[in-house]
Design a protein around this ligand. Structure first.
Ligand code: GLC
Length: 747
């Protein structure tokens, strides 16, 4: 097992083995006694106030667009709520000056308990990094740690203590808009990126001024929404929860995440926000998570719409007793908990437990010692938008780019080539930083036209989802006058993210018309795709000689894409999600089950698991990505027998016959020939990024122990079974031929 993934496997595996205590370490005795003393002085109304989190009354344009439009409180009302101890914190506020005003009000309250300031710092603060799905394409979890760290330095400088990130939902249905926020369809990637993003946000000491407390979200299985429809019902088996959807949360907690956000969706009939089995039996009882559970935005109030709660008071009771400690935006805890305690419907001890968790979190991030820990004036100027962060944004963007196709070595572009840069994403301060952004600004980002520089003629050609009058003729003329056409097409940033599910995961028709017209000129075409999800690519797009996935790359989008297109940097990204052949295949994921009638990807055979006109396969597989090298994999070399308590080495020599060095991502997949629970056709258990010199070789080497072959068994616990396994060392989930490994039985 490669070093890094083994550590993550242990983090995740620890979740399957003996339970360490997850979440915030218990505070030192002095702090505990201080917390108990505070608790002892609080009225029940003040306690309910400590469980009440609200959106900032003063928020930027982006912040107010992130959630359903509502009539939030005025700034004055929010200041007085802080003064009266009826507010525990705010989120998505606008800058440290406003946060300072609020904190001054809070410390003047009867008990002076400080507010905590949260925000959706998902992929950067002011310097914006690639969307998390794009960053996952780097297959480099440590890169995510670095970008999360930079985001924390900037956000904390603006007075933010707590981020509602990482989003760790596994997403297997590309119709769902929120895959853009996560790490894709694979559990190992999900675990690794969850752990490193938490480590990056939090740094070494949660109380440090540049630390940002993390929040793993959305617990749980939000990405399994039926039909890919956001907020829709989720009905998956407990075994699938434990095999697929829980591990990234366990890895986040294993990395020290002190908070978790309950999901909007119901889970097999019980809304996650009122699901005692999920939020108490599993989270507290099994995992020993000692941190804080926060609801999602008005998710407690939405129990009424779910048809699960009678009214606001009932919703507050159900959510609170299920295990939600803090409610976001609804105000139901402030409004109803005192009466519920008075009526004996909520035990005071249970209320105290929730308040204690809030105070422990505030102590852990240093607020009880210094309420202005992250609010010193001038820190924003010093730390926000540092040149080093822009350089990191460019590096992260370069490594998120995935080269799907490069016929005849069209890329990299040659010096002096006349380029027609065509499409709605060719130029302009839009759709560069991607969805789920609060504080970043497209106007501070670099577009592709700027990145490509001289020798480029720009022609938009079409709108994103609308025809641009005269656009196509102008684009065709530009293509005719050029040596190569680069088409910047795809989704705009509002087409993915929350509440942006799509029924067709395709490039919008007006853009396809544009591609057809440019293709008719016969000029070589490079397609650059902006997208927040896997796409089913039309034949018109597939006919291009080169296709590149650019996701939404953030502040340095245009520079990074130009670096790759012009060959200053070689592409090394790999797909973290499968690109299906047609939309109708979704939810499609590489680690699907074989069924009793598996179809080969060859000629159609009757009565096999495939569609009438489409095989059960991806157009571009999970893990696929080309480089500027000419890469081939040698045969798998392994000790064919693994003793029950032993380990074996598995390796393959990778040769690069090309003229350019390449960074290859070798992937290790397994599949038992038989098992007590059916297993996927392949499961990724490790991967390795390795540099392969031009004309040279490199060896991908992994160590396998039986723990690496574990799966969730019949009794819903981790199990490993002796027997024969297929093993692949391959460049994607649908490439390569397997070798066989025999795991011996225990002595
Ligand atoms: C949203 C999202 C959640 C986010 C919260 C606050 O509805 O589901 O991910 O952190 O509200 O903006």
């Amino acid at each position: 097992m490669s070093r890094l993934s083994r550590r993550a496997v242990l983090a995740g595996g620890a979740a399957l083995a003996a339970r360490p205590a997850f979440g915030v370490a218990l505070p030192p005795v002095t702090t505990s006694s201080r917390i108990e003393a505070l608790l002892g002085r609080m009225t029940v109304t003040e306690k309910a106030g400590q469980l009440t989190l609200m959106a900032s009354a003063i928020g930027g344009r982006a912040a107010t667009a992130l959630n359903p439009p509502g009539t939030g409180p005025s700034a004055e009302a929010q200041l007085s709520a802080a003064r009266e101890g009826q507010l525990t914190g705010i989120f998505n506020g606008e800058g440290s000056a406003w946060h300072r005003r609020l904190q001054q009000a809070a410390v003047q309250s009867r008990l002076g308990i400080p507010l905590i300031f949260a925000a959706d710092v998902i992929h950067g603060f002011r310097t914006i990094f690639p969307v998390p799905l794009g960053e996952a394409a780097s297959f480099d979890p440590d890169l995510a740690r670095r970008t999360a760290r930079a985001a924390a330095v900037e956000a904390s400088a603006a007075g933010i203590d707590w981020t509602f990130a990482p989003m760790v939902d596994i997403a297997r249905d590309a119709r769902w808009g929120r895959a853009v926020e996560g790490s894709g369809e694979d559990v190992l990637l999900g675990r690794l990126f969850a752990a490193t993003r938490v480590a990056g946000f939090q740094g070494r000491d949660l109380a440090a001024p540049d630390a940002l407390a993390a929040c793993a979200k959305h617990f749980a299985a939000y990405g399994a929404a039926e039909a890919g429809l956001d907020y829709n019902s989720v009905d998956v088996s407990e075994r699938t929860l434990r095999q697929v959807y829980f591990p990234p949360f366990e890895a986040a907690f294993g990395a020290g995440a002190p908070t978790v956000m309950a999901a909007f969706n119901e889970l097999s009939g019980i809304p996650a926000t009122a699901n005692h089995w999920l939020l108490t039996d599993v989270l507290r009882g099994e995992w020993n998570f000692r941190g804080l559970v926060v609801s999602d935005y008005t998710a407690d109030e939405e129990l009424i719409a779910h048809g699960y709660a009678r009214d606001g008071r009932d919703a507050a009771r159900l959510a609170f007793l299920a295990g939600v400690d803090m409610c976001m935006q609804s105000g139901l805890y402030r409004d109803h908990l005192p009466a519920l305690v008075e009526a004996g419907a909520v035990p005071m001890a249970r209320l105290d437990k929730a308040v204690r968790r809030v105070l422990v979190l505030k102590a852990a991030v240093g607020l009880l010692d210094d309420p202005f820990r992250r609010l010193a004036p001038g820190r924003e100027k010093r730390f926000v938008g540092l040149p080093a962060h822009r350089a990191l944004a460019r590096e992260a963007a370069q490594r998120s780019i995935v080269l799907l196709k490069n016929e005849g070595g069209l890329l990299p572009l040659r010096p002096g080539q006349r380029i027609a840069l065509i499409g709605p994403f060719a130029a302009g301060p839009h759709d560069l930083i991607g969805p789920w952004n609060v504080y970043g600004d497209d106007r501070e980002a670099i577009d592709l036209a700027t990145g490509l520089g001289a020798g480029v003629t720009v022609a938009p050609g079409s709108g994103v989802e609308t025809v641009l009058p005269g656009g196509i003729p102008a684009a065709v003329a530009a293509a005719r006058a050029a040596d190569v056409a680069v088409l910047a097409i795809g989704e705009s940033q509002v087409m993915s993210g929350e509440a942006q599910s799509r029924t067709e995961i395709t490039v919008p028709a007006p853009q396809l018309e544009l591609v057809r017209a440019v293709a008719a000129t016969g000029k070589p075409m490079v397609i650059v795709l902006s997208t927040g999800r896997a796409l089913a690519l039309d034949d018109t797009v597939l006919a291009a000689r080169a296709i590149v996935v650019g996701w939404f790359l953030g502040s340095e989008s245009g520079n990074a894409m130009a670096d790759v297109l012009r060959g200053r940097v070689a592409p090394s990204g790999r797909l973290p999600v499968s690109f299906p052949i047609e939309s109708g295949q979704v939810p499609y994921h590489y680690d699907h089950k074989p069924t009793g009638r598996p179809a080969s990807n060859g000629a159609p055979v009757a009565y096999k698991a495939r569609y009438r006109t489409v095989p059960n396969a991806a157009r571009f597989a999970f893990g696929h990505g080309l480089t500027y090298g000419d890469i081939t994999y040698g045969p798998i070399i392994l000790d064919p027998v693994l003793a029950w308590d032993g380990k074996i080495e598995v390796s393959a020599v990778i040769t690069n016959r090309g003229h350019r060095a390449a960074t290859e991502v070798a992937q290790l997949y397994v599949r038992p020939h038989s098992a007590s629970v059916t297993q996927p056709v392949r499961r990724l258990i490790a991967f390795q990024r390795l540099d392969v010199p031009a004309g040279g070789t490199a060896t991908a080497a992994f160590t396998i122990r039986r723990q690496d072959l574990a799966f969730v068994g019949v009794d819903k616990r981790a199990v490993t079974e002796p027997g024969a396994y297929d093993i692949w060392v391959a460049p994607s989930a649908e490439a390569g031929a397997p070798a066989t490994l025999l795991l011996g039985a225990p002595a």
